[in-house]
Each structure stands twice: as C-alpha cells, then as structure tokens.
Design a protein around this ligand. Structure first.
Ligand code: URA
Length: 250
C-alpha cells in the first residue's frame, strides 16, 4: 500500500472516532483526541495505554516524561519518532490519569485494530500490561517482557464483538514465542505481512484477521522511577533491531 494511501486511511479512522464518539464522558473531560504520531509507513508500531496531561494538551502521544525516555531508547537503537508509528489503546485522557476502564479499552479496540490493519507492522511493541492484555489477555507482562509472540489478531470491529477479553485466539500455540513457532515451520512473518497486505488491498479491508508479531515491553512511565525495571526495559528495547532482522530474513 502506498504511503499516502496509508496516511489517508489512518486519517479516515481518526475522523471516524470523532464522528462515532465512542466514549462521550472521556471526550468531555479531555482537551482533545490524541490519535497517533509518527510515520504511517513505519515497520514498527508502539502501543501505549492512554494519553496523560501533556499528551492531552499537545494532542500527541508520549510527549511527556515517559515519551522523552522512549525517545532516548529509540535513539539507542538508531531510530527517531519519524521512523516509527505510535498510538494508544484509549485516545482520550482518563480523568486524573486513572487506568483506562475495561469498557473504555473495548470501545477503542476496533479503531486500534483498524490502525493495525492499515499499518501492517512487522513488529507491534506493546508498552505496559494494558496494551499487552488487549491482545493476549492471559499473559503476564512480568513473565513475557522482551519475548516476541506471534499470534492471529481477530478483528472485533468486523464481527460486532467488541470485547477485549475475547481477543486471543483459541489456539494455545498462537501465543508461543515467535522463535518456537518458526521452528515448527510456521509461515514466515515477512510472507504473512505480504499476504496480509494483499488481502487488505484485494478485499477493500474486509479481512477477518491478520498475523502479528507482538513484542511486550514494560511501560516507560512505570520503569522511569524503578531502577531495576528501567534497566530491564532498556535491555529488552535493545533486542528490537535483532528481532526485526530475524523477521525480515526468515
Ligand atoms: N502513557 C501512555 O500510555 N501513553 C501516552 O501517550 C503517554 C503516557
């Protein structure tokens, strides 16, 4: 899909959130919608939780302290914001930065899935437990951080089922580490990405599911003031180039 095409389709998703108004209460308490930032043609997508105060004021995700830490880690692996695409599950700031409610995450999930369908990322990096558990609800961030997972994302917006808890496929093997699925001779991520893209292009975006490689990381805001977690996050982050390389060459 051409870059402009992706930008246009992403803009249509942003507009649809404004039109649908999926969480009127959150919208009323927020300054503005915080949709996404970065490059629509990026191979890596980062997904956080919800905007905080600075994001709400500026209309961009991860522009506060956690965002600055994220930028430092990106720089460490030779990347900048313009090389990635970044968004949140919930697109309006929850009052007083409280955790997003299950129904708020459910309300925004179809739009997040649509963003991923357009982006077709090589790797999707989830930041924190909310983001991980949106896709793989049975996994614990403390146990799986830094371990890439391949799984099949079933689009809830299509089926009419917007439940977050039902996202994971019923096959246990879908949550296995990317390495082990590869050994079993699973279709390579690069080929699956191409196949996904073909299905999107060929079916006017009406695919039911897509294959994804997800990398769960700790949330930079949680790690910022916790020395041990901070170092773990930095170490996990450093794995990103090798993971991408492995996917590309598999
Ligand atoms: N934390 C998030 O999860 N998202 C942001 O955009 C900022 C902080």
């Amino acid at each position: 899909m051409a870059k402009d095409d992706k930008a246009t389709r992403l803009e249509a998703i942003r507009q649809k959130i404004l039109d649908d108004d999926p969480t009127p209460e959150l919208r009323q308490g927020a300054t503005q919608l915080v949709f996404a930032d970065g490059n629509p043609d990026a191979e890596i997508v980062f997904i956080g939780e919800a905007p905080g105060k600075n994001e709400d004021l500026q209309g961009k995700p991860f522009v506060g302290a956690a965002g600055k830490f994220l930028d430092q880690m990106l720089e460490m692996i030779g990347l900048q914001r313009k090389d990635i695409y970044i968004t949140n599950i919930v697109k309006y700031r929850p009052p007083n930065n409280r955790d997003p409610l299950p129904e708020e995450k459910s309300a925004f999930l179809p739009y997040l899935e649509s963003q991923l369908e357009v982006m077709q990322p090589l790797v999707t990096v989830t930041l924190g437990r909310h983001s991980l558990n949106c896709f793989l609800p049975d996994l614990q961030i403390s146990q799986v951080h830094g371990q890439p997972k391949r799984f099949q994302l079933h689009f809830h917006g299509r089926s009419g089922d917007h439940g977050v808890d039902a996202v994971q496929g019923d096959d246990e093997h879908l949550t296995e580490a990317y390495e082990s699925t590869k050994k079993e001779g699973a279709e390579s991520a690069t080929r699956q990405r191409a196949a996904n893209a073909g299905r999107v292009a060929g079916s006017a975006g009406k695919q039911d599911s897509m294959s994804m490689v997800l990398l769960p990381l700790f949330h930079p805001a949680a790690a910022l003031y916790n020395g041990a977690m901070k170092q773990t996050l930095i170490d996990d982050f450093a794995l990103i180039p090798a993971i991408i390389e492995k996917i590309k060459t598999s």
